[in-house]
Design a protein around this ligand. Structure first.
Ligand SMILES: Cc1cc2nc3c(=O)[nH]c(=O)nc-3n(C[C@H](O)[C@H](O)[C@H](O)COP(=O)(O)OP(=O)(O)OC[C@H]3O[C@@H](n4cnc5c(N)ncnc54)[C@H](O)[C@@H]3O)c2cc1C
Ligand code: SF4
Length: 324
């Protein structure tokens, strides 16, 4: 690990950064990558004492979540469990209890891919070192993406939380030198295209201050279903976050987001279009699931993800629409 300077910020105004600096929150992604020599910040700005660790119901019913709220506190918060169950479930299926006690909302939003070549400085990787090539396309790509890929990168966004935030249509507030701006979660993550090293709209030096969830949809049922190689402490091969409302026999509101299969948390507008105003039954679910993967581009080792994703979506929809 190269040497770096360490600064502890005590308020948001003091949490200023620059192109060669990084904020450190829980450190569960950043320190890991610094030890591997993948991240080499010249300056570390510790933001753990700047506040931003509260969860607040706003007068209009929205829920404001500070960027420094720990994943475990968010998952176990009474309002989150009652009104945003998909978020609580997604968080609790991520990492381990110890990691969730450290990991923060802001850090989770910006966690990096688990592609093995990104984490190995001996291998070519466009995301780590632009222009060097992508070792995964001809290499070990079993766990990588089938949606949103490019010829330069096929890495998945590994987060569970981000999939739930996508289904909930969260808004991220970002503080920069010129002031604060709000970005819808659907616009927050970028496709890799020819610039896979640019993953989000957060510019160097900008601070995520909080995430806001729309007012709760009291009549909705919410499910996060995560399929993985082992039951705990493992990233998703495919996951689905579903927020659904059924009136009579028909689906009157639906949001479907996918994890483990997209280069960013993947909102499936195709699946939603195939479900809205249609019967909440198996035939609709299977048709919508097929629509969700119509544009899938599997690689040499991850073709199985197409069928896995379909089954994941159909089962999550079944769970989210069944009575009781
Ligand atoms: C062994 C292991 C297993 C895991 N399994 C899972 C899993 O199954 N599912 C899952 O979803 N995740 C998993 N994770 C990832 C984990 O959820 C993330 O590491 C964690 O959420 C990152 O949060 P942090 O606060 O520790 O971030 P940090 O490491 O502190 O920061 C991560 C990045 O975000 C930046 N940053 C942090 N906060 C801010 C802010 N407020 N504004 C601007 N930039 C900021 C940092 O500069 C850094 O670039 C796993 C991690 C490990 C190590
Ligand atoms: S898939 Fe992306 S992260 Fe993985 S080696 Fe290729 S460029 Fe790097």
């Amino acid at each position: 690990m190269e040497s770096f300077t360490y600064v502890r910020a005590t308020d948001v105004a003091g949490a200023v950064s620059s192109a060669d600096a990084k904020f450190i929150a829980g450190g569960t992604t950043l320190l890991d990558l610094m030890k591997l020599d993948v991240e080499r910040p010249a300056r570390l700005v510790d933001i753990n004492r700047i506040g931003l660790d509260g969860i607040e119901r706003l007068p209009d019913g929205r829920l404001k979540i500070g960027a420094l709220v720990r994943n475990s506190d968010l998952a176990h918060h009474e309002v989150v469990k009652a009104d945003y169950a998909v978020l609580s479930e997604a968080l609790l299926q991520g990492a381990s209890a110890q990691l969730r006690n450290m990991a923060t909302t802001g850090g989770n939003l910006l966690q990096r891919t688990r592609c093995m070549y990104f984490r190995n400085t001996a291998m070519a990787c466009n995301k780590r070192e632009p222009g060097t090539g992508c070792s995964a396309i001809e290499g070990d790509n079993r766990s990588l993406a089938i949606l949103g890929t490019s010829k330069d990168c096929i890495a998945t966004n590994p987060s569970d939380m981000n999939v739930a935030l996508t289904a909930l249509e969260a808004v991220v507030t970002i503080q920069g030198k010129a002031g604060s701006r709000e970005v819808k979660i659907g616009d927050f993550f970028l496709l890799p295209g020819t610039t896979p090293h640019v993953e989000t709209v957060v510019a160097p030096g900008e601070l995520i201050t909080h995430v806001t969830l729309p007012a709760a949809r009291k009549g909705s049922k919410q499910v996060y279903l995560k399929l993985r190689d082992r039951a705990s402490y493992e990233f998703a091969l495919a996951s689905a976050a579903v927020v659904a409302e059924v009136e009579g026999e028909k689906i009157s509101y639906i949001r479907v987001a996918l994890g483990g299969v997209g280069t960013k948390p993947w909102r499936s507008h195709e699946a939603e279009a195939g479900l809205l105003h249609h019967a909440a039954d198996g035939a609709s679910f299977h048709r919508a699931a097929a629509m969700a993967v119509r544009e899938a581009r599997p690689q040499s080792e991850n073709g199985f993800k197409v069928e896995l994703t379909k089954r994941c979506i159909a089962h999550a929809l079944t769970l989210a629409t069944r009575n009781g």
